[in-house]
Design a protein around this ligand. Structure first.
Ligand code: PEP
Length: 249
């Protein structure tokens, strides 16, 4: 049985003070939630506050992005080593908003994933199709391409240390969740890609999170699917009570 992961992506929300207030409310609500790994991804400026507030809890802190070089003249970027030193244990890579607004490609996803792994971080590699892809019957073609260019380009050892998040772009921030069956079919396809590229054992060990308008009232139905190994939650992770209700589904 794969251990579940519930991760919150705060995107560009929350100051340091708001981060401290969130953890003061959230930590007691998940103090006994040992059934899954819990992750919170604050913006860079709130990472130190989050690491500090999460100390002594089971909550792991994630960055929302990383650059692949170790150091250098790359104004505005942060290396994986810097994030690890700051107390991060995870990093989101290739979120659809980064692909859409910041030119993230399969190649940059692969480079960032390798750099994160080399620094001891657990990458959460995001993939997902656009509504137009799904409507054109191209979901598997897109997921296959994203898988091959990103996670599929790793070594088997590297692959064993990543998490994948399936996030259909049409379900992110729209209130339109994929049905549990649609999500499970996509996860099954990604697992098939992993089996083809690596091995049946690697595929069955891979943890795949679902993301896209996950809320307290739909998490149970989603987690009823064996294929879904957790959730990556945007909007509903900003409120301590709502995110705790998702963690404690
Ligand atoms: C996300 O940002 O990864 C996400 C899934 O957002 P939301 O839950 O708001 O759709």
């Amino acid at each position: 049985m794969r251990r579940r992961v519930i991760a919150g992506n705060w995107k560009m929300y929350k100051t340091q003070a708001e981060t401290r207030a969130f953890f003061a409310a959230f930590a007691p609500l998940v103090a006994h939630s040992a059934h899954c790994d819990i992750v919170v991804a604050p913006p860079f400026t709130a990472l130190a506050a989050a690491v500090d507030a999460a100390r002594g809890t089971a909550v792991g802190i994630a960055a929302q992005n990383v650059f692949w070089e170790k150091e250098g003249a790359y104004t505005g970027e942060l290396s994986a080593g810097m994030l690890a030193e700051a107390g991060c244990r995870y990093v989101l890579i290739g979120h659809s908003e980064r692909r859409q607004y910041f030119g993230e490609t399969e190649e940059s996803v692969a480079k960032k994933t390798r750099a994160a792994l080399a620094a001891g971080l657990t990458p959460i590699v995001c993939v997902g199709e656009l509504l137009a892809d799904r409507e054109a019957g191209k979901t598997e073609e897109v997921l296959g391409r994203q898988f091959r260019g990103g996670p599929g380009s790793l070594t088997a050892e590297e692959f064993s240390r990543i998490l994948v998040a399936y996030e259909p772009v049409w379900a992110i921030g729209t209130g339109r969740t994929a049905t549990p069956e649609i999500a499970a079919a996509a996860h099954g396809f990604l697992r098939k890609c992993a089996a083809g590229q690596f091995s049946a054992a690697a595929a069955s060990a891979l943890r795949i999170l679902y993301g896209g308008s996950v809320k307290p009232d739909n998490i149970k139905g989603l987690m009823a699917q064996d294929e879904l190994d957790g959730a990556l939650v945007g909007g509903a992770s900003l409120d301590a009570k709502s995110f705790a209700a998702i963690v404690n589904f």
